[in-house]
Design a protein around this ligand. Structure first.
Ligand code: FAD
Length: 709
């Protein structure tokens, strides 16, 4: 139902004095708002809040205020790569990290077995608490007004001569025909553009279950000449918790203590011991049979539109990897909620068949389905039509953020939202855009991938997409971004800025103090016998070197050398960060060498008959497919293929160089009949890990961990 003309003035008047720092004081546009945001999803809320924090009078227009903070699919935030995005959004004073710290019911750091650079902060959140806290944040943001309305069209005018673009946006037209004038517009309509929901053979127009699609705006974009494509996604059925038998299932408990998302949170809201568990069960041959026997009743699966590769439907998994057990994680939707989200069971079979699938699974034999799973297909914009500030190249001052740009996931949407919000605000003030580079943040990688390479399947963030992942860690997002957010974008509060400055100074002091303490190995062995040191080292070692040893920490060092280390060790957060800095010092140097290696070998020729599915290099199936269909001639050309990860480039480069070396050696010896000149191959096909990565939400490289909770 459209809710027209029901204006709710929910903003406070501009707040002078303390509070968010203002980014300059340029003239406001003629009418009312400087920035209008269309859509109250994850991109829209972050965009509106960032623009308002930056000092712009902002209007958020959305179909239903009640859906602000709504999690359309899984009730969880973060994960591998995505956790980095949440931390970076938080470093720019975005909302989702703080709200997760007020709503989580199960916090878990994924990838713990690896280094902190790729730790994936994740939280299972209480759906209701997340929504309520997000709404509270939005409705209490100074300078931000929220209004329930459907935007049907854009108001356009002559372009500004000094910018590219064939016209300029100057406002929006609402469903009731009224207009709102503004300096910039941000479009964040998610899956709503010509959204079409599919269940079995039935389909009906909708942006997501229970919400109307957005047709008028889709037509506007088409009329303006934007290139759009079609993507799909899906969600699993929901189950009644009290009908599930958890007794025989594998339990996964939460972390104790839980790690907060936000740099501002000392702790999360829930007591560690009150956190809820998740449970693991599996599909079986009977489940597979039901899916296979009924493919003809499943339109969504038969359509050729592309869905999310790393969060595939049950049908896609069964078709692609038959005769396997597939994981199903039973995740609680909230502290008091009786709803369970079965992650891994996304499907679009007719509801009665979904029920059969459910009861075929161990522990779910008597489970009651509360809501069937469904699929949604929607228009998305080719993001190559955007600049790095997320402004359209075609229509000036029109910004796009979130799923409309071809991404999937709340975190990807939120990250784009913050950047679009900042830039829409800077644009009306005539200030330079705020760009995060690939060397500065995962946000930079995400936006650079989208705007330079585009995407033809729902894009998801992974650590393996990032070249500089040793330095772009979740622990140091504030050091990378907060000062820029404060000084250039004006979207960071004074309190956060001061906290980040204090931490940065303390880190620098701590590192200097640790480096200045130099002793021989034997002296260190006397001082800290609990740390086993390599006795072969002749040169003196600094306390910073010592901190790299797994058993070493600031507490041990401060016990041995109280002056000057005690004051650093007393600050728990600082101690942890010093340890991480020490552990990564050499990795950062190595990383620079890898980058240099690829740069130097850009012209290296790749054999034309290389069988990418067979070669014994650590490459995901996605990368193998892309290499095989693109057939690049050089390493440089590989790096320009959309979706090829930096790690994959290095692995391929090393494989090819190794083969070249072996071929050179062989030339020096008589050839045996086993050697096939010019053909590089290996007995090993894509490894089990690579196949598994396709089946789950996990990292596409061979380095992922198994536990998704
Ligand atoms: P949305 O959250 O979709 O928000 C769009 C907003 O725009 C809504 O508030 C809507 O009311 C508003 N709007 C649209 N048109 C108009 C208009 N004309 N006027 C006013 N307001 C308008 N992500 C995953 O990571 N994994 C998954 O498995 C997954 N499955 C999903 C399954 C389904 C069925 C859906 C719908 C989404 C799924 N997602 C999944 C995606 C995740 O929900 C989105 O990536 C994320 O919500 C995108 O945020 P957004 O802000 O871009 O858009």
């Amino acid at each position: 139902m459209l809710c027209r003309g029901r204006w709710r003035r929910l903003a406070l008047p501009p707040a002078p004095g303390p509070g968010p720092r203002r980014a300059g004081s340029g003239a406001a546009p003629a009418a009312g708002y400087e920035v209008v945001v269309i859509g109250g999803g994850h991109a829209g809320t972050e965009a509106a809040a960032a623009a308002a924090r930056g000092g712009a009078r902002t209007l958020l227009l959305t179909h239903k205020i009640g859906t602000i903070g709504q999690l359309s699919c899984n009730p969880s935030f973060g994960g591998i790569g995505k956790g980095h995005l949440v931390r970076e959004v938080d470093a720019l004073d975005g909302l989702c990290g703080r709200v997760c710290d007020l709503a989580g019911v199960h916090y878990k750091v994924l990838n713990r077995c690896k280094g902190p650079a790729v730790w994936g902060l994740r939280a299972q959140v209480d759906r209701g608490l997340y929504r309520d806290n997000m709404r509270k944040e939005i409705l209490n943001t100074p300078l931000l007004t929220v209004h329930e309305a459907s935007v049907e069209d854009l108001l356009l005018t002559e372009p500004e001569p000094d910018h590219p673009g064939k016209c300029r946006v100057r406002g929006v037209v609402l469903g009731d025909g009224s207009t709102v004038h503004t300096g910039s517009v941000i479009l964040t309509t998610g899956t709503f553009l010509r959204g079409m929901i599919h269940v079995g053979l039935e389909k009906h127009p909708a942006g997501r279950l229970g919400d109307q699609p957005s047709i008028g705006l889709a037509q506007t974009l088409e009329r303006l000449g934007f290139a759009v494509g079609r993507l799909k996604t899906g969600t699993p059925p929901r189950l009644a918790k009290d009908t599930i038998d958890f007794s025989g299932l594998e339990e996964r408990t939460a972390d104790n203590p839980p790690v907060p998302f936000s740099f501002l949170s000392k702790a999360v809201w829930i007591k560690p011991e009150n956190q809820l568990s998740c449970y693991l069960t599996y599909t079986n041959p009977k489940t597979q049979q039901i899916v296979q026997d009924n493919l003809h009743l499943n339109n969504h699966v038969r359509e050729t539109t592309k869905g999310p590769r790393y969060c595939p439907s049950l049908e896609a998994k069964v078709l692609r990897f038959p005769n396997r057990e597939h994981q199903v994680w039973l995740e609680p939707e909230g502290l008091e909620s009786n709803v369970i989200y079965p992650q891994g069971l996304s499907m679009t079979l007719p509801p009665e068949l979904q029920e059969q699938v459910i009861i075929s699974i161990r522990g779910l034999e008597k489970a009651k389905m509360l809501q069937p799973g469904y699929g949604v297909q929607y228009d998305y914009l080719d993001p190559r039509q955007l600049t790095a500030s997320l402004e359209s190249r075609l229509v000036q001052r029109l910004f796009f953020a979130g799923q409309i740009n071809g991404t999937t996931g709340y975190e990807e949407a939120a990250a784009q939202g913050v950047i679009a919000g900042i830039n829409a605000c800077l644009r009306v003030r005539g200030k330079p855009p705020f760009i995060v580079s690939r060397t500065e943040g995962y946000i930079g990688v995400l936006i650079d991938d989208l705007t330079t390479l585009g995407t033809n399947e729902p894009y998801r963030m992974f650590t393996s997409r990032v070249e500089f992942r040793m330095s772009l860690r979740p622990d140091n997002a504030d050091a990378r971004l907060t000062h820029r957010g404060f000084e250039e974008a004006g979207c960071v509060s004074q309190q956060r800025y001061e906290q980040a400055v204090k931490m940065k100074a303390a880190l620098e002091d701590g590192i200097a103090a640790l480096k200045s303490l130099q002793f021989s190995v034997s002296k260190w062995s006397q001082l800290i016998p609990e740390v086993r040191l390599s006795s072969s080292r002749r040169s003196p070692m600094s306390a910073f070197d010592i901190l790299q040893y797994p058993e070493a920490n600031m507490e041990i060092l401060a016990r041995a050398i109280p002056e000057p280390l005690r004051k650093f060790a007393k600050w728990r957060e600082l101690s942890e960060r010093l340890k991480i800095e020490a552990a990564y010092e050499w990795c950062v140097v190595n990383q620079q060498e890898e980058i240099e290696e690829v740069r130097q070998d850009e012209a290296l020729q790749l054999p034309e008959d290389l069988d990418y599915f067979a070669i014994d290099a650590s490459l995901s199936t996605e990368v193998r497919e892309k290499l095989s269909s693109n057939r690049p001639q050089t390493i440089g050309a590989v790096s320009r293929i959309p979706g090829i990860t930096p790690a994959a480039i290095v692995n391929l480069l090393r494989f090819v160089k190794n083969k070249h070396r072996k071929a050179e050696k062989l030339k020096a010896f008589p050839q045996t009949d086993k050697y096939l000149p010019g053909k590089m191959y290996s007995e090993k096909a894509a490894s089990q890990t690579q196949i598994s990565a396709e089946l789950s939400e996990e990292e596409p490289e061979s380095t992922f961990v198994k536990t998704p909770v």
